[in-house]
Design a protein around this ligand. Structure first.
Ligand SMILES: Nc1ncnc2c1ncn2[C@@H]1O[C@H](COP(=O)(O)OP(=O)(O)OP(=O)(O)O)[C@@H](O)[C@H]1O
Ligand SMILES: [Mg+2]
Length: 338
């Protein structure tokens, strides 16, 4: 498996720049998640790695060698899409071995590779079925299996689980984590809208916004030390609350804005410093936690994650304090302040 490099990579469609100055090194064996709002360029970047889109500027390398002009089939890169794109008339086995057959791989070798991939993905009992006889999660595993047998140097996933329902998604997520462990040294890039996927699967997360990298870091880095207001607001659900700094001069210490995560707000006890106060407009009881929406006097809304059994109701007044050390401070340009 290979290391992947990007040096000042850009992409334009006619006059529109959709990726700008992407510079990033992904070591061999790393699992990297690309996250960002819809339209920020995630799929385009994957397609450029796979060779399905041209590179407008800069350089993409695999193990140090430029691949900008390498034809897709020669890159040794496999891509798994959101819509699995299986051949409906072929069995699972047929779908998985198709690429190897085309490449002229010997029959015994094909059989061995398909059996091994099927075992890894728990598809062995399904090898003689057709895609129409499979669940969405099983189809997606076949699509992954079809990619594995080719022993790609780099594995690309573009929202592979987004067509699955919540429980199947969680189960398939676990499969992919197992796959990652079964294929150590495999470089994987995983595009997702789902933060839980990114947080739980990735060694590092790349946050993209409007075609640029906002931050690269481990999941907990991004959560605890977001580099700027965009990342702070993007990572974490419900999203971080932002308060105008000037309204909280002592806490803000010169920051334009302060940020506090919903889970870092606690009901203020007697004598404790109150950070926000307002009336409860909505209570969401999720079982283990209760998400409370608070309308402040200035009309802004704050969300807080309280214990599941919190005795709160709509219309109640509530004052909240910040967990010590949990405040984030941001400068006027959005950058993090220490
Ligand atoms: N072939 C194309 N021609 C023109 N513009 C395109 C083309 N493909 C993508 N774009 C534009 O490039 C931008 C990035 O698209 P891309 O599909 O990479 O976004 P994305 O981050 O994958 O979004 P999503 O999360 O919705 O899948 C979008 O504004 C899109 O409209
Ligand atoms: Mg996309």
């Amino acid at each position: 498996m290979a290391a992947l490099g990007f040096t000042s990579v850009s992409k334009s469609f006619a006059a529109t720049t959709v990726l700008d100055d992407i510079t990033l090194q992904i070591p061999r064996g790393e699992f990297v998640a690309f996250v960002g709002p819809s339209g920020c360029g995630k799929s385009t970047l994957l397609r450029m790695i796979a060779g399905l889109e041209t590179v407008t500027g800069g350089e993409i390398t695999v193990d140090g060698a430029r691949i900008n002009e390498t034809p897709p089939a020669k890159r040794g890169i496999a891509m798994v899409f959101q819509n699995y794109a299986l051949y409906p008339h072929m069995t699972v086995r047929g779908n998985m071995q198709y690429g190897l057959k085309i490449a002229g791989t010997p029959r015994a070798e094909i059989a061995a590779k398909v059996e091994a991939a099927a075992a890894m993905l728990q598809l062995t009992p399904l090898l003689d079925r057709r895609p129409g006889q499979l669940s969405g999660g099983q189809r997606q595993r076949v699509a992954i299996g079809r990619a594995i047998v080719r022993e790609p140097r780099v594995f690309l996933f573009d929202e592979p689980l987004s067509n699955l329902d919540a429980s199947l998604r969680a189960a398939t997520r676990v499969e992919i984590v197992r796959l990652k462990e079964a294929l150590p040294g495999t470089t994987m890039i995983y595009v997702t809208h789902d933060q839980v996927e990114a947080m739980t699967m990735a060694d590092r997360i790349v946050v993209l916004n409007r075609g640029r990298i906002e931050q690269v870091g481990s999941p907990l880095d991004l959560y605890h030390r977001p580099a700027n207001r965009f990342v702070a607001g993007f990572i974490g659900t419900p999203a971080m609350n932002f308060l105008p700094g000037p309204a909280h001069p002592e806490t803000a210490r010169g920051a334009a804005e302060i940020g506090i995560r919903p889970e870092d707000l606690l009901p203020a006890g007697a004598g404790e410093a109150v950070l926000v106060t307002g009336r409860i407009t909505l209570v969401e009881r999720l079982g283990e936690v209760t998400v409370v929406h608070l309308s402040q006097e200035d009309g802004s809304t704050i969300t807080a994650k309280l214990p599941g059994t919190a005795a709160v109701g709509r219309g109640d007044a509530l004052s909240l304090t910040a967990r010590p050390g949990a405040l984030h401070r941001f400068a006027a340009d959005g950058g993090r302040m220490e």
